[in-house]
Design a protein around this ligand. Structure first.
Ligand code: NI
Length: 164
């Protein structure tokens, strides 16, 4: 019988400041596009890291969640928690610190560390910027294999008038 494939998800929170500003746009255009997000502000973020793999019959696990927790804490959270994402985080230097770009950068920071775990792979990074807004990234390989659908998605449960 083939081994079952299971997705396991680990969640951590962090708080960080940022502002949205594009070097491609004038100050006026930035203000119009990003509104209040053009100035410094902060979020209580939540990042969900999903690993997909087969259940090892020896351990009953896809991957040891304590080890995943440690990796997420060291590779991601320790480097962004209580920082300004635009100024204090080398792996975000030069990027527009939207949730989309932060999710992609998180993938790039975490995925290499997961390669040494046999039988499983990073499957998804989901980043909640607020209770209402979240983005998901499934990595560059999926983007190539699913030409008809984008590799990242953005969803908003925001209702008119609610705060971002
Ligand atoms: Ni923001």
């Amino acid at each position: 019988m083939p081994r079952p494939t299971v997705e396991i998800t680990h969640v951590q929170e962090f708080s960080a400041a940022h502002r949205l500003v594009s070097a491609h746009l004038s100050e006026q255009a930035n203000r119009e596009l990003y509104g209040p997000c053009f100035t410094d502000h902060g979020h209580n973020y939540e990042v969900e890291v999903t690993v997909r793999g087969t259940v090892d019959p020896k351990t009953g696990m896809v991957m040891d969640l304590n080890r995943l927790s440690k990796l997420v804490a060291e590779r991601l959270i320790a480097r962004v928690d209580h920082r300004h994402l635009n100024h204090d985080v080398p792996f975000l230097a030069g990027t527009i610190t939207t949730a989309e770009n932060v999710a992609v950068a998180f993938w790039d920071e975490l995925e290499p560390a997961l390669r040494k775990f046999p039988g499983c792979k990073l499957y998804r990074i989901r980043l909640h910027e607020s209770r209402a807004n979240k983005v998901e990234y499934y990595g560059p390989a999926k983007a190539a294999s699913r030409s008809s659908s984008p590799s990242s998605s953005r969803s908003s449960a925001r209702t008119r008038g609610a705060k971002a």
